[in-house]
Design a protein around this ligand. Structure first.
Ligand code: NAP
Ligand code: G4F
Length: 333
């Protein structure tokens, strides 16, 4: 039986990945931080077979201890501060968590292996945000990076460090350059979930307006449950590598809005207002993946279309609001 350690276990991708690995027969440990992480009861209920180990990406010693305790065959580093606007407000925290956190995990793996080449395989959650002000469209593995936020810069650091540990220490280390992926488990601060939650509340009479920023930005949105399969597949290859994961289709925020309101039979123009607070200091205008390498080498393809994703998220939030009207928090970030 293989053992995996997943950082970012309480996040969207961490839960889907843990469920997937457990379904493949893995023993899965999730790294949790804090003395009383509020998401733990939810996590226990969602994935009863998950084991937990304490650790924080900001604390090297805790990562060394976690790796020593778990002795994983595979480490998936999904932990990060992942909300782009926060990166302008707390750039140093983002640099340390999202950037230096990668170094700390890699060092913990290297230290655990003594002087030899680490046996443990490593996955880094790289991001299409690294393409930023994209030099070409669609973006592929060798498209030059032009990050537009401190978050994108931190991800580029982690990306290059992963390549460097592969080349310096012979590590099986891979980066998935993942384009935006969403689900009913997406945090409410991200635009898709903000829209799906608001549409549900508007439909059920609990909210009247939805305030958004730039409606023209375009993203390549896929379903998170599909994307975690690619992460695992990367670590099963003979050698580590970098892979772009996306659908190959881009849609604007406005298209997402239109589809979401259509799903409940409402006209978005009657409810959506734009609000300067949600405009970013520097925007990423257009991200669209060229995922042909992943398809060719990993046999990976997305399974959920844009329309299916919108419907899945809106339907899930309608259910959430009906079941528990007070549980949804619509972010003001
Ligand atoms: P998410 O839902 O925001 O989850 C982030 C996770 O990081 C949470 O489990 C959080 O744990 C953990 N974390 C934050 N600070 C930490 C620290 N100091 N030590 C340990 N853990 C810490 O993110 P996601 O959407 O699942 O994304 C997973 C990864 O992929 C992230 O690295 C993200 O940057 C990257 N990515 C995401 C996308 C996307 O579209 N979703 C695309 C490309 C790349 P707490 O509960 O303790 O806060
Ligand atoms: O949903 P978003 O906040 O995601 P963003 O910035 O693309 O980042 C996500 O995807 C990255 C991969 O490319 C990940 F690395 C990252 O961790 C995260 O998961 O914003 C999407 C777009 C932006 O252009 C933003 O300006 O939506 C636009 N937008 C318009 N109004 C808004 C809003 N975004 C948010 N969060 N809230 C708004 O009200």
């Amino acid at each position: 039986m293989k053992t995996a350690l997943v950082t970012g276990i309480t996040g969207q991708d961490g839960t889907y990945l843990a469920e997937y690995l457990i379904s493949l027969g893995y023993q899965v440990y999730g790294l949790v931080r804090g003395q009383n992480n509020p998401k733990l009861p939810w996590l226990h209920e969602l994935i009863p077979d998950l084991r937990l180990v304490e650790g924080d990406l900001l604390d090297q010693g805790s990562l060394i201890a976690a790796i020593a305790k778990v002795a994983p065959d595979e480490v998936y580093n999904l932990g990060s501060i992942s909300f782009v606007p926060l990166a302008w407000k707390q750039p140093e925290l983002v640099a340390s968590t999202t950037g230096l956190g990668v170094l700390r995990v890699l060092e913990a793996i290297r230290i655990a292996s003594g002087n030899g080449s680490p046996r443990c395989r490593f996955y880094q959650a790289s991001s299409s945000e690294m393409f930023g002000k994209a030099r070409e469209t669609p973006q592929k593995e060798d498209t030059p990076f032009y990050p537009r936020s401190p978050y994108g810069v931190a991800k580029a650091y982690g990306h290059y460090l992963t390549i460097n540990y592969r080349e310096s220490y012979g590590m099986h280390a891979s980066s998935g350059i993942l384009f935006n992926h969403e689900s009913p488990r997406r945090g409410p601060e991200f635009v898709t979930r903000k829209i799906s939650a608001s549409v549900a509340r508007i439909k059920l009479g609990q909210q009247s307006k939805l305030a958004l920023g730039n409606l023209d930005a375009q993203r390549d949105w896929g379903f998170a449950g599909d994307y975690v399969r690619a992460m695992h597949q990367m670590l099963q290859q003979p050698e580590g590598g970098d892979y772009v994961i996306g659908t190959g289709e881009a849609h604007s925020v406005q298209e997402f809005v239109e589809a979401a309101f259509e799903q409940v039979g409402l006209d978005w123009r009657e409810h959506v207002v734009t609000d300067e607070r949600f405009i970013r200091p520097a925007e990423v205008d257009l991200l669209r993946a060229d995922p042909r390498k992943a398809e060719r080498e990993l046999g990976w393809k997305p399974g959920v279309s844009f329309r299916e994703l919108v419907a899945m998220m809106v339907d899930a939030d309608l259910h959430n609001v009906r079941e528990n009207p007070d549980a949804l928090f619509v972010s003001t970030l």
